[in-house]
Design a protein around this ligand. Sequence first.
Ligand code: CDP
Length: 268
Amino acid sequence: MINLVRRLLKTSQKKPEKLIDEKEIRYDGRKLNEMRPVKIEVGILGNADGSAYIEQGKNRILAAVYGPREIHPKHQALPDRAALRCRYHMAPFSVQERKSPAPSRREVEISKVMREALEPSVFTEYYPRTAIDLFVEVLQADGGTRCAGITVASLALADAGIPMRDLVSACAAGKVEGRVVLDLSDVEDKSSDGADMPVAYMSSLNAVTLLQMDGMLTPDEFEQTLNMAVEGCKQISQLQKEALKAKYATAKEAVAEKEEEAEEEAKE
Ligand code: CDP
């Protein structure tokens, strides 16, 4: 019985024959320049200094920030700024084939590019000789996790109250079956002769902090893909701001309620 369920699940997850139909609609119903549905929540972990959670399509990712705090081991201390240390990690249950919990080469690489994408946004020079530790945990992966990871990590940094020049928003664009598309899912990313370009961007500063590319694009396609990814980042930036505002509206309400309670107690 369990085997039958597994087999049925595998068939339902099979790659569709065509990823884009003749009406330019993608296999999951999206238009070429349409992002997967995004849901963001800020400040969801009680024990971290800052935290955030994102759902982008089937991706489910948590980010937690600690610091600025004393750095250990001490030799990692930087005399002129805080050391931003990032760990991108995929849970063993986040993908179809169980992933070893030990860090893979891919995770080490993503941790590095993530740090490089976020560092330009943080005033690390305000906190010399300290550490800002950032943990990104992928609970469920479906393509584009490095981008969603950067988006959610930037919010966790903001939630920790770390001074920042801007939020970093990330989104990929790429080529699927000869067409330039926004925010590739896992099957689209793995389609043959495709291309994938993850981009991280600071909207207010109009600055790109990450640009990677897999596959082949003509110069024209490259420009089109980059423009589409930047447009995606701008949409993400709006959603990030809304999520931050929602967090602070709730916090404000909680403070007002406490103040009211205190006033009433004082009256009694
Ligand atoms: O996630 P992202 O697109 O940023 O990175 P990638 O290296 O291009 O990986 C694409 C996708 O492959 C991931 O999002 C996962 O869905 C999948 N993957 C997997 O199934 N098993 C792994 N061990 C690693 C990645």
